[in-house]
Every structure is written in structure tokens, then in C-alpha cells.
Design a protein around this ligand. Structure first.
Ligand code: C2E
Ligand code: CA
Ligand code: CA
Length: 739
């Protein structure tokens, strides 16, 4: 903006906007009133029509002054009733109704008696005439001077009020953080400034259009009859003359007065982007109003600049680079606000995932993938108004957040369904979705998104075109497990996983025959996570394969340390889960770990649970036989809990049975349960296997085992699981005692 309004040709620059100049003639002299009326009939002055109001007494005049606030001139005869009556009227005007704009001309029938000078000054009386001298021509001159004075005074007052308003509103403009908010406020302020309702538009020229290319602009603010065009483009306006005016404004970069309003230009240097503001009102703008708009435009520019810079900084963190729509950060921020708002109950989050996206991406290249993503983003954006928040979460996952009645998975999916040509290239044929009713969720935005993504992932396991709804009961457990799994992966990376070794004792001699290697997870804060909370999870998710590999390496390293420390006869038992054992290359892996750690197979035992052994019996037997052929021993863990048939058990290639802790615990408690322990021991001897009792905690249990020919035991009575170095110390102490 160059600081001045340029004027369009249709209207002379000094056009006044007042339609009417009101003149109040106060006189009981009927002849004078008649003469005045005939002079002022059909008179126009400074673009306005003169309207005469007549009063025949001071009291009548007071009433008229009170009801018409915009009387330009009052003419009255000082000596109309009494001298005081005239003075009272003027006092009423200036002091009681506080009108300082209306001009006052005194008339008198007697030219030799002028009013006192101090009265003229104190009450701002502009002129004094003897009625006899006031012919038609003079009356018009007097009137013209008065009207001009009145107009000027009003303009000054208006300018003062306007400037005050500008100062106040500038502060609020500077606090706006978003363009729609700012644009709305600008238009409200403009309407206030020119004291009339306006139909107005604020348009922002697209950044990527150059000076020479056709003008593309977005409507960022709109009011009055243009209100419905907000968030559309300039070309969407139905009024071609408005479009042209705005285009011209962008092209000429000039601010212009229009017959019924103005169009203002804000250049990018001051406003951060090129903006044009179109204002249309009921009447033309006067010079004061244009001047005020001029002054205000500085504040507008600064407000626009602030918003543009703020949003640019924000875009860097909250916008998806490729699709130019909000990203995951933005979603979390908005979701957070929604979750904390009272409207939460009626809001939904829908995530959609394009089926087979990665396949298409691989097959047709990332360019094609980007194209598809752009298509989806556009379709989603076009389908919703600003009430609904659309974001790209990652890859081919999009989020739609908004009122439940608007955000419906089925309808979103339908947007992409084109039954006619289902396999057209460049089209999304199948989507999966998850819907989360925010009312069902109590947690942070981050966890909400995480849970929704997990539900989506689970749904996608079932195939394509899957649509699920977040179930708070189910998901909180799932989400908990999921978090634990993520934490486990981090723990592996951070080296928080180790093995502890628990001695196995030959109770006859008191010698240590073996140790069981047990997984340990020590968190950064020193607290432990029990294997029973993470091993089953790892088994269920397949993560046990890499984790089991690690545990095996750690166990074998411990075996090597034991051998090196002079205990090559202490066997190390490694727990192996079903998915591990059933890997096609388990034996090869196991051998290569043995080789790498330099541990003899004969120093190692593999523990598998009874239930695993009985599942996929043939395969398991094959693997176990291969292990035993290498010299590795095999123990059947948790024995007694799997109700195996004796015939199968006889076929199982194993060296020992571990009596489950639950049976050992019963010893010394009730007699019935001891029967099972007895039976287990008998079965073991029938099939020619050694037995070892797990979880022996008391001397009574140990004695019982010895009495029933179970010579081997493991349990807290003898030792808890220990770190390798601790075990070596413990072994040293044990040797000293028995020596
Ligand atoms: P499990 O193989 O039956 O291991 C024996 C469990 O009993 C261990 O619990 C051990 O600390 C505990 N225990 C030993 N003596 C006593 C005792 O006298 N009293 C009591 N109350 N408990 C005793 P932990 O270490 O918590 O392991 C639990 C389970 O986690 C193991 O049961 C095993 O199924 C699994 N696990 C542990 N480490 C591994 C591993 O490296 N690989 C695999 N696949 N599973 C493992
Ligand atoms: Ca075990
Ligand atoms: Ca066990």
C-alpha cells in the first residue's frame, strides 16, 4: 500500500456521502418561516439535500433537537419569546444534550441590538444576522458555511473515534495466530470503523503464482453477503465485477476507492504475502473513512505478517511435506485439545489405511505412490468442511477427526469406492479403517493415536477392506502389551537383558550338576520386569525368535565362563520356546552359537515345556533327536502339567523330567497332592529318565524328594538365580565348605 487511496474515475474525489443536511429554523414569525421554506426548497449543498425543520417555539425546538442528533444548523430569533428563552435553548443544545457539532446562527428583528460577545464565544455561535438583511442569496451563503463547518467538525470527531478504535483493535490483531481468525477480525473492525455493515472479502494470492501468471487467490476472510465464500478461491465468487476488481488490485498492487466501498492492497513485503481486501457498503466512503482505512492498513499489514510468519514456522513442524496437509504432530495437538474439551463426547477419530499401498508403491514406483497419496488427501479435504480435521499420520495412513455425525468410516470408505471401473489405475480400490469414539477413551492424545493404530494393524491382519471400531476394554490390555513390547525392543538394544543362573543340586552329594539360565530384564531405573510378563508376549508376537537367539548366546557365554573358571561339568540349561524350536534352521543356529562361543555341546541342556513337546510331536522329536545326537541334553520342563500320555512320553527323546513347582509346593501341605509328585517320579523311572524337582524351598520338600528317590533339585532352598560372577563366588564358597 502506498499510503494513499487512488481514486477510480466513477466518482469525484470530494463527493460527500451525507444525503441530507437538516436545518432547524426556530421562529414564531410565520412570514419569516414561509420565506425561509421557499428559499430552501429543493436546494442541494455539498452533495446533500437540504431539509428544513421548523419550530415555532423554544420548547418545540428543544424537543426537535433532542430527537434529531444530526441537525447541521439551527437558526433562531433571540428575542422570540423572552431573551432568556433563546439563551436557554442554546444552553440546552451545547450543555444538556452535549451537541457541539450543530452550527448556530442567531437572528434578530432589531439589527441594533447584537448579542453579547461572551455569549457568542461561550456557546460557539457562528453568525448573527438581522432578519431584514437575510435575503435569499445571503441565507444560502450562511447555510453553506454552516454546513461545511458542521461537516468538518463531524469528520474530525469521527476521525478521532476511528483512530482510538484503530489503536485498540491493533492490539487484538497482533494477538491473532491464525489467518481465518485475523481476517474475520479485520472485517469486523473495518465495519466498526466506517460505522456500517459491510460485505467484504480478504483474499490471499497464492505463493506459487508469479506476477505474470493468471491470478490465483484464496478467500481467507469473508463477511456479509460474501460470507459463504470463505475458504474458497477467488474464481468461485459469483460476482464477476468483484472478481475483476480484486484481480486488478492484485495486478496493479494499488488501493482504490470504489463507488460503494474500497479495495485495499497489502504487499507481501509488509504482509508476508499479497493480500487484497474488498469492501462494499451501503454508501460511498467519505474522506475521513478512507483516511482511517489508510491508517488502519498499517495495523492490518502487520497483523497479516505476524500470522504468515507464525503459520510458516508452524508449517515446518506441523505440516506434511509431501501433501501439504497437517501431519502427525498436528493431529496429536488437535486431538489433545479435543480430548480436553467438553465436545469430546461427540467426536470421533477415524484412521484409514490404503490396502496394498506398499505393494503398489513397489510395483509402480514411489512417484505413483505419491500421486495416490495426493489423490487421497485431496478427496478427504474436499469431502469435509473446516469442522473436520484431516491429517496424514504416516505412510498411507490418514486421520479424520471431527463430530461423530460427520466423521463416519463407512461414508469415508464410500468416497473411494467406484464400482464402475474398479481397477482403474490411479485409484484407491480398497481401504481399511478404524473408528475411535473419543468418549470411549481416557488417556493422552499420543496413546489414543497409538491405540487406534494398533487396532488398525490388527484389523489389517485379517485382510483387506477391514473396518473395526476401537474397543476400550480390549484395547487397553492390548495397548499395554504393545507398549511393553516396544519397551522390550528398546531394552534389548540398551543391553538391559541378561541371564541369571540357578544351580541344580545332586542332593545326595550336595554337588552342583547344572544351572538353569533364566532371562532377566533390568530397567534403567534398576527395577526388574518378570520373565513371565515379557516372555509369553514375545512368544505370541514372534519377537521370541530374535530374543531367544540373544538369550541363547548369553547362556552359552555363561557356560563358557563356567568352563573357563574350572566348572566344565556344570551343565547349562537353556529354555527354548516352541516357535524357536520349530524354526526350520534351529539346529544350525544352535550349532553355530556353540561354535562361536566355544562351548561343548555336552555342557548344554535344552529345556522345553511338556506342552510344547506334545504339540507337533513328530517335528519336536526330530529336533530333539538331532540335539541329542550332537551331545546336547534335553529336559522336559513343567512336567506334570501337560497330562501327557505315557506312550508318547516313552517315545520322547529326553534325558530328564522337571517336576513342576506346583507339585513340589504341595509337599508338606496336603497328602493328596503328594500323590501326583509320587506318580511323576514313578513315570520318570518307568521311561528311564532322570527327575529333578523344581522350586524346592524347604528342607521338608528336599527330604521328601530324597525319600522318593528324586535325587536332583533346584530351588531357593539351595540358591536363587544369580548373575554369572555371583555364581562363581557362590561356587567357590561351596567348594571351601565341602573341602
Ligand atoms: P521356568 O522355566 O519353569 O523357570 C523356573 C522359574 O521358577 C524361574 O522363574 C525361577 O526363578 C523360579 N524359581 C526357581 N526356584 C524357585 C523357588 O524355590 N521358589 C519359587 N517360588 N520360584 C523358583 P523366572 O525366572 O521368573 O522364570 C519364569 C519363566 O519364564 C520360566 O519358567 C520360563 O518359562 C520363562 N523363562 C525364563 N527365562 C527364559 C528364557 O531364557 N527363555 C525362555 N524361552 N523362557 C524363559
Ligand atoms: Ca525352565
Ligand atoms: Ca519349570
Amino acid at each position: 500500500m502506498d499510503g494513499q487511496f487512488a481514486f477510480s474515475e466513477e466518482q469525484p474525489p470530494d463527493a460527500a456521502v451525507e444525503d441530507v443536511w437538516r436545518v432547524l429554523a426556530v421562529d414564531d414569525d410565520g412570514d419569516f418561516q414561509r420565506a425561509t421554506a421557499s428559499v430552501l426548497r429543493d436546494i442541494e449543498l455539498l452533495g446533500g439535500r437540504v431539509e428544513l425543520i421548523q419550530a415555532f417555539s423554544c420548547s418545540e425546538a428543544e424537543k426537535l433537537l433532542a430527537s434529531y442528533k444530526d441537525i447541521a444548523l439551527v437558526m433562531f430569533d433571540v428575542f422570540m419569546e423572552t431573551e432568556e428563552a433563546g439563551l436557554r435553548l442554546i444552553k440546552y443544545l451545547r450543555e444538556e444534550i452535549d451537541n457541539s457539532h450543530t452550527r448556530v446562527v442567531l437572528l434578530t428583528g432589531d439589527p441594533d441590538v447584537p448579542p453579547a460577545p461572551d455569549v457568542m464565544r461561550d456557546y460557539d455561535i457562528n453568525d448573527y444576522w438581522a432578519k431584514s438583511e437575510l435575503n435569499a442569496e445571503r441565507l444560502l451563503t450562511v447555510l453553506a458555511a454552516a454546513v461545511r463547518g458542521y461537516a468538518q467538525l463531524r469528520a474530525v470527531a469521527k476521525a478521532r473515534r476511528g483512530l482510538q478504535r484503530i489503536v485498540e483493535s491493533s492490539n487484538t490483531l497482533f494477538t491473532c495466530k491464525s489467518l481465518p481468525e485475523l481476517a474475520g477480525r479485520i472485517l469486523t473492525e473495518i465495519a466498526q470503523l466506517i460505522s456500517q455493515p459491510v460485505d467484504a472479502l480478504v483474499c490471499m494470492r497464492r505463493e506459487d503464482t508469479t506476477v505474470s501468471s493468471p491470478i490465483e487467490a484464496d478467500v481467507v476472510g469473508a463477511s456479509g453477503r460474501f460470507g459463504r465464500y470463505i475458504n474458497t478461491t477467488l474464481t468461485a465468487l459469483d460476482d464477476m465485477s468483484v472478481v475483476k476488481t480484486l484481480e486488478q488490485c492484485f495486478a496493479t498492487q494499488l488501493t482504490q476507492r470504489l463507488p460503494n466501498g474500497a479495495v485495499m492492497f497489502f504487499p507481501r513485503l509488509q504482509a508476508g504475502a499479497d493480500y487484497a481486501c474488498y469492501i462494499r457498503c451501503e454508501r460511498g466512503l467519505d474522506d475521513t473513512e478512507l483516511e482511517l482505512l489508510n491508517v488502519f492498513s498499517t495495523s492490518i499489514s502487520r497483523g497479516l505478517f505476524n500470522v504468515a510468519m507464525f503459520s510458516r514456522l508452524e508449517n515446518m513442524a506441523y505440516q506434511d511435506d509431501l501433501l501439504k496437509i497437517p501431519n502427525r504432530n498436528a493431529l496429536i495437538r488437535t486431538l489433545d485439545v479435543t480430548l480436553h474439551s467438553p465436545a469430546k463426547a461427540k467426536q470421533s477419530l477415524v484412521l484409514i489405511d490404503i490396502d496394498n499401498f506398499s505393494g503398489a508403491n513397489t510395483a509402480f514406483g514411489t512417484g505413483y505412490g505419491d500421486f495416490i497419496l495426493g489423490l487421497v488427501a485431496k478427496k478427504l479435504r474436499d469431502a469435509f468442511n473446516s469442522e473436520v480435521f484431516v491429517a496424514r499420520v504416516r505412510d498411507d495412513v490418514f486421520a479424520i477427526l471431527g463430530p461423530q455425525k460427520r466423521v463416519c468410516a463407512a461414508e469415508i470408505v464410500a468416497l473411494f469406492r467406484k464400482p464402475k471401473r474398479p481397477y482403474e489405475l490411479g485409484q484407491v480400490n480398497s481401504l481399511s479403517s478404524v473408528t475411535m469414539h473419543l468418549d470411549d477413551f481416557n488417556g493422552s492424545a499420543r496413546v489414543a493415536l497409538q491405540d487406534a493404530l494398533l487396532t488398525l494393524k490388527q484389523a489389517k491382519h485379517l485382510g483387506q477392506d477391514q473396518h473395526s471400531v476401537y474397543d476400550p476394554g480390549l484395547q487397553s490390555a492390548h495397548a499395554e502389551a504393545y507398549r511393553l513390547l516396544l519397551a522390550l525392543r528398546d531394552a534389548v538394544e540398551a543391553g538391559q537383558i541378561s541371564v541369571a543362573l540357578q544351580p541344580q543340586i545332586d542332593m545326595r552329594s550336595g554337588r552342583v550338576t547344572g544351572v538353569e539360565a533364566l532371562a532377566r530384564w533390568r530397567k534403567a531405573d534398576g527395577s526388574m520386569v518378570a520373565p513371565l510378563s515379557f516372555i509369553p508376549l514375545a512368544e505370541a508376537t514372534g519377537y521370541i525368535l530374535p530374543l531367544g537367539d540373544l538369550l541363547m548366546r548369553l547362556s552359552l557365554r555363561a557356560a563358557k565362563k563356567l568352563a573357563d573358571a574350572g566348572y566344565p561339568h556344570i551343565r547349562v540349561a537353556v529354555n527354548v520356546s516352541a516357535p524357536q524350536l520349530l524354526q526350520h534352521d534351529f539346529i544350525e543356529r544352535f550349532s553355530s552359537h556353540l561354535l562361536m562361543t566355544g562351548v561343548l555341546p555336552t555342557q548344554v541342556e535344552v529345556e522345553i515345556t511338556e506342552s510344547v513337546a506334545m504339540r507337533s510331536f513328530d517335528t519336536v522329536c526330530e529336533k530333539l533327536s538331532a540335539l541329542r545326537a550332537m551331545g546336547v541334553e534335553v529336559a522336559i520342563d513343567d512336567f506334570g502339567t501337560g497330562f501327557s500320555s505315557l506312550s508318547y512320553l516313552q517315545l520322547l527323546p529326553a534325558d530328564r523330567l522337571k517336576i513342576d513347582r506346583s507339585f513340589v509346593m504341595e509337599i508338606g501341605a496336603t497328602n493328596d497332592q503328594q500323590m501326583i509328585a509320587e506318580a511323576v517320579i514313578q513315570i520318570a523311572s518307568r521311561v528311564g529318565m532322570q527327575v529333578i524337582a523344581e522350586g524346592v524351598e524347604t528342607q521338608q520338600q528336599a527330604d521328601w524328594m530324597l525319600r522318593h528317590s528324586c535325587w536332583h533339585a533346584q530351588g531357593y532352598l539351595f540358591a536363587k538365580p544369580m548373575e554369572c560372577s555371583e555364581l562363581l563366588t557362590w561356587l567357590g564358597a561351596l567348594e571351601k565348605r565341602s573341602a
